[in-house]
Design a binder for this molecule. Sequence first.
Ligand SMILES: [Zn+2]
Length: 70
Amino acid sequence: MPISGRHDDPILDQLARDTFALFPHCHRCGQQIMRFEDADVRVHVQRVVHRGACPTLPVVERVVPPETTG
Ligand SMILES: [Zn+2]
């Protein structure tokens, strides 16, 4: 049975919440989505993105030591 297009289905809602719990990071910008209400969960592809536009990412200085090989 296809499960698309039934947003009022409690089982789908539970699936969406479970998906969000498993994948709390936005698939578009990579940031963690803080609230389920802010998430746009695509249940069938198990993708979560920010609802609407992604928040602008503050500039984070990351110091990553180069991998030493050999
Ligand atoms: Zn995002």
